[in-house]
Every structure is written in C-alpha cells, then in structure tokens.
Design a protein around this ligand. Sequence first.
Ligand code: GDP
Ligand code: MG
Length: 436
Amino acid sequence: NLSLKLDKAFQTLKGQGRITEINVATTVKEIRKALIDADVNYKVAKEVTDDIREKAMGQNVLTSISPGQLLTKITNDELTHLMGGESVDITIEGNPAIILIAGLQGSGKTTFSGKLASYLKKQGRQVLLTACDIYRPAAIKQLQVLGEQIGVEVYAEPENKDAVKIAKAAIAHAKKNNHRIVIVDTAGRLAVDEEMMNEIARLKEALAPSETLFVVDSMTGQDAVNTAKAFNDRLNFDGVVLTKLDGDTRGGAALSIRRVVEKPIKFISMGEKMEALDRFYPDRMASRILGMGDVVTLVEKAQQAFDEDEAKRLNAKLRKNQFDFNDFLTQLEQVKKMGNIKDLMSMIPGVGKAMKGVDVDDNAFKPVEAIIRSMTTKERENPDVINGSRKERIAKGSGTSIQQVNQLLKQFGDMRKMMKTMNKMGGGKRALSALN
Ligand code: GDP
Ligand code: MG
C-alpha cells in the first residue's frame, strides 16, 4: 500500500539529529573492542577511540545515515589517516639500487625477498637476489630455490662468513652484469639480540641502501610492535613489510606499528606463493581492521549522493514546516541516486525491522514522481491550490488516476500535519530521533 510505503520513505529521509553522548558511548565502546580484537595495542586503541569521540561529538548526521554508521565512517577515516593515508612506494635509487631486508628469524624475510624480486621483475627490472644469511646453510638453498622458481639470479658465497663482503661482491657482480636492483636477504635471530643488530647495522652502513625494509610477522601481535621499535631505534629503516596476513589476523599490528615507529607500511604478504604480495593501502587495512566494509561502503555511497548543504536546508524546512513537493522530489532523486531503495532502507537501523515483509519495489515511487512532475511549481509549493480541474490535469499528465493524485495529496498533508505537531512538541528533532 502506497501510503505505508511513503511513511517508510519519509522515515528514511528524516535526519536523525546530532550525535550525542549517549549514542556515542555505546558505539565507541564497540569500536574499541573491535580494535583490540584486531590486535591493536590497548593503549593505541584507547587513544584512537578518544580522538574519534572528540571528532564525532556534535557532528550533524546526514539524512538517512544513523549516528552509528557515521561513527564507523569517522573511525574508518581516522584509522586510514593514522596509517598514513596514502600508499607509499619503495625508493629505488642508485646503480644498482640496493634494498636491504631486515627482521627476526621466521618473520618471512627470505619468502618476501623472493616475492619482491618477482614483483620488480614483472615491472621489467633486472633484479639480483643476494643470500646474506651466513648462519644457516639451508637459508642459502631456500633463496636459490625461490630464485629458480621466479627466474631471478641468486648471488651466494656459501664459504664466506662475512655478510658485508658477500653483499659488496654481489653489488660488483650486479654492476658487471647489468642488474639494476640488488635485494639483500639477511640473517635474523629468534629474538632481538646485540649480535644480529650489529650485523644488520653494519650492512646498512656499508651498503647505503636506498630502501631498508623491516619484515614482521603480523601474527605476533604485541611483540611485533616491540620488535619494530627495537629495529627502528637501531636501523632507522624506511618501511615495514607485514607478512602472514593470510591467516586470521585482522591487521591491528599495522596500526600499532605505524603509530609507534612512524614509518610507512609498504607491503603486505599473504601466503607462500610468490605472487602473494600486495602494496599496502591504508584505507583497505582500515576496513579490514574494523571488519565493517559493508557499512563503510554504504555510508560513502550515501555521502556521495547527499549534498550536505542540501540536507541542512531540508532539515531547516522540515522544522519550519515548509517542506513542499519540490523538496520531496529532490529527496526522491537523491534516494534514486543511491541505488535500490529497499536495500538501502533495510540497512538503516530501526527501519530494517519495520521493513520486514513490506514489499518496496523501486517502481513504487514512479507514479509518485510522475504526479509531482505533472504539477506546476506553484502547485508543488502550495498544494492547497490543487482543485478538481487541476487534479484532473495532473492525473492525465502523469498517466495516473485522480484517486492516486488524491491519495498522494492526502498523504503529503498528513505528513505536514504530523511535522507541525512534532515541532510544537518542542523540537521535531527529538521526536524524529525517537522514531529510530
Ligand atoms: P625468514 O627466516 O625471515 O627468512 O622467514 P622465511 O621466509 O623463511 O619464512 C618463515 C616461514 O614462514 C616459512 O615457512 C614460510 O613459508 C612462511 N611464510 C613466509 N611468509 C608467509 C606468508 O605471507 N604467509 C604464510 N602463511 N606463511 C609465510
Ligand atoms: Mg631467511
């Protein structure tokens, strides 16, 4: 029934007021929990959610977005911002350009070295892999196997026990053979120790790489942050590689690490296949951490479609009871821009439930739109002037019946009356938010 459908539509279109202490508190708690579940350090999670609360308080909620959804969007933006906003590339400079790989044993350095070589090779670059893990003979073999698999040469000196000398020889070899990039895979330890730090620091000093990447296992949670800090204090590395993101980890380590060491995360590694390497995009990671991709998309869609000023103007009109058919038509167009009406409405908290079993097909609004379009501007502004002969003209023009025109006019009149009552009750806003 059309009148019921319109009721629902109006409910959707009404603003839900401002974000208040009450609706913020619950959502912020949920967001903090989501962050901690995603491995974000407790202190970082608290700082972030405190910031979010500050930002959210008193913000105007766009028509058709609930405070909870807006908060989620603010959170998503904040996380994206905290992780650097933009994706950052590695620096490839020098002839050859040198990329030094550092990190604990088992973090995924050797696997990543292979992946990076394959990634750069696909860009048409001449790459040389260098095995500088001098402590485990198996490590050299591992790199050679990967090199073979991806068709990249591996430089190794199994008898040599000086990592700096091996790396320098590899660079000389690269110059002679036209390799433009040398990736230096190094040895790690199971935990941060002086000897390892000295060796990697010595390598960095001797080779002056254009990029030093710190590789860290994202499954190690809080330890990842401490390790990153220890390596950065000593090495002042250029970027972070997060590995093993193919598991259940939601990536909270990315946020904590970024916040603690203030270095960009550049790659994420997701699996043992040589292709499983991606550049790091802060916005995607933010959605992953929140695990609320759908909500974020919905809110973005709504924000694109709704011009904020327009929404403000309409809210003011609603409050002053000046909402007319012109405004209604604008709102209808906005809703149409956002896609399927039923899907949209059902995503809105409170409305979703009420919509169960109500069949709103997108065509339901067609006759309504046709009727309004058949009205003159004067008629839209002041429907009271629509008399019998005007109704006949409108029905004819819109391909509907006089009955349908009457129904819409009555519906619209009822709505205006309701608005009036609500405004008298002391602020339509309060009454409106009670609907949701
Ligand atoms: P390294 O000691 O730092 O050189 O670490 P390795 O590259 O040898 O990796 C240690 C282990 O983790 C190996 O068994 C790898 O196959 C595995 N590994 C490395 N990267 C990933 C990844 O992105 N996902 C998964 N699931 N396993 C990985
Ligand atoms: Mg290794």
